[in-house]
Design a protein around this ligand. Structure first.
Ligand SMILES: *[C@@H]1O[C@H](CO)[C@@H](O)[C@H](O)[C@H]1NC(C)=O
Ligand SMILES: *[C@@H]1O[C@H](CO)[C@@H](O)[C@H](O)[C@H]1NC(C)=O
Ligand SMILES: *[C@@H]1O[C@H](CO)[C@@H](O)[C@H](O)[C@H]1NC(C)=O
Length: 246
């Protein structure tokens, strides 16, 4: 008797679990990938019923961003989004201004329709633009009229590397942060560049080649700027000292 009742309860429990699970089934949108600093509009691509009531946008499942009930203005919750979001009352899209890397994550769009709750999942990935790399000339060595060179591409960030000679990419197998190459008079190039990139941005640095085996940084202007940046404190220091002396 007891055992039958217990089985029945178990069955009921299972049934309820199934019901709740099917009700909460998420509809997931494809990943949206944007650069930090940009403005983003989150929106579901298909489906939202016209007569939705009680619209809610959340960041993760426990941070409400904004809620909208019919005939009253939307309520913006106290969150890191508070002064950076706007709900479009026509389309129910959520505008987020000036997104940061920390805004990455899953957003949820919930509505109530005919008393039933529906939920969509919208993943957002915010990438920082890559930093500008610097080519380090690690070694140049002349041997029998050929030039052996080793360059490294330095950037404080994980990124993909691509080396170029005169704007033509090196073969794929040479694509890592260090480039080692033997240059003959037949296949020498005027310049070597390293390009770093992520999905949405890329930056590069270039060094210039003079036969038989000399490499130099880009332009005199850049060199001057670097020189000034290094020397300025020294110059100011000297001025201060002379000021104290006289
Ligand atoms: C983002 O939106 C703000 C406000 O409308 C605007 O001033 C700004 O220029 C936009 N920024 C970008 C990167 O589009
Ligand atoms: C390097 O970047 C500049 C713009 O910053 C671009 O014009 C040039 O094509 C890039 N060169 C390579 C080899 O990617
Ligand atoms: C230049 O040619 C030499 C000899 O054919 C080859 O070993 C070397 O890899 C080439 N260098 C580049 C940068 O293509």
């Amino acid at each position: 008797m007891y055992s039958t009742r217990r089985n029945w309860l178990l069955a009921l429990d299972l049934l309820l679990t199934l019901l709740v699970t099917s009700m909460q089934a998420d509809t997931s949108e494809p990943d949206k990938i944007v650069l930090s600093g940009s403005n983003v509009t989150l929106q579901i691509s298909k489906g939202p019923p016209g007569n939705a009531t009680h619209v809610t946008w959340l960041y993760t499942t426990n941070q409400k961003i904004v809620e909208h009930n019919p005939n009253i203005p939307p309520k913006y919750f106290n969150s890191v989004f508070k002064d950076r979001v706007k709900l479009d009352l026509q389309s129910n899209a959520l505008h987020i201004y000036h997104v940061q890397k920390s805004d990455s994550g899953t957003y949820y769009f919930r509505i109530l329709k005919n008393g039933e709750e529906m939920q969509w999942e919208i993943p957002l990935k915010v990438l920082d633009p890559v930093l500008t790399p610097i080519i380090n000339i690690e070694k140049t060595e002349e041997l029998d009229g050929n030039c052996y060179l080793r360059l490294s591409c330095v950037v404080n960030q994980s990124a993909d590397y691509l080396w170029y000679k005169d704007s033509v990419p090196f073969p794929k197998e040479l694509q890592r942060n260090t480039l080692e190459a033997t240059v003959t008079p037949q296949n020498q190039s005027k310049s070597y560049s390293c390009q770093v990139s992520n999905l949405l941005s890329s930056k590069n640095d270039t060094v210039y080649f003079t036969p038989p085996c000399t490499l130099a940084r880009s332009t005199g202007v850049k060199w001057m700027a670097n020189w000034l940046a290094v020397m300025m404190p020294t110059i100011l220091g000297l001025l201060l000292i002379s000021d104290e002396l006289f």
